[in-house]
Each structure stands twice: as structure tokens, then as C-alpha cells.
Design a protein around this ligand. Sequence first.
Ligand code: FES
Length: 146
Amino acid sequence: MERKEFLRTLGAGAAFALSFPCLQGCSKEDGNGGNIPIPTGVDFTVDLNSAEAAKLATDGGFILKDWVVVVRNLQGSFVAASQVCSHQQYDQVRFISNDGGIFYCDVHGSKFAQDGKPLNQVDSSQPKPLKIFNTELTGDLLRVFE
Ligand code: FES
């Protein structure tokens, strides 16, 4: 089914909601959609045997915790980055498997390498790196910290 056909089957309201998801703001947390503070002072542990970590059992899986995207990359290593985008600080950064595994924000399409390096330019401003956090695995406990 083509995208247009799919949207038509959903009706105008649903098609609008799918096409323009951020007009009313992307964050339920701050209400204004952007300008969410980049997380600081991050230091938490995830038990890889816990339910919250279930998606980290698979290469390419990720979870969101305390404004951080915690990822098991396509090589099986753990990496972590700010869930808050460096562009206009929406909380929409996620991990996608494209291009060997990158961080992606769908608000304006910013892409970042796993070391936080910007991979594209979404407007005329100089792209800023995405904040990256350290990870340390001890047994089944994954620590994420600055
Ligand atoms: S806020 Fe993420 S791309 Fe603009």
C-alpha cells in the first residue's frame, strides 16, 4: 500500500496527526516542544536482566531513560546519547539502524554518528555535536554516566 493510500484510509484527522506530529510540540514533559535542557549529571545503572532493559537484548535495540538514549549498537556494544537534540532541543533523538547505526531526530532530520558528530545540516546554522555519555558494563549492570 502506498503512503498516500494508507493515509487516505485513515481519514483526514489521522493523516494530519501522522504528517505533522510536532505542530503542538513534541514533548509531553515541557509543553513547548523544544528548548528542553540537555541532560547533565547523568549517572544511572540499568540491570540488563530487568524488564526496562528488554530492548537492549538485541543489536540495534534502545531504551529511553532519564533523557538518555541507551543503545546496544549493531556490533553489540553499548553507547548512550542525549535524548534531547542539539539542534533545537526537542526530546526526539532515537537510534536507527541506517548507515551502520546512527542517532536521528525526526523533528528536523538531524543525524549524528555514535560519537555525537553531526552528519548533516538541517538549516543554515552550524550543527552542534550530540551529547554522548560513557557506558560501563559490569556483569549484567550497565552504568551510564558523564
Ligand atoms: S530539534 Fe532535532 S533536528 Fe531539530
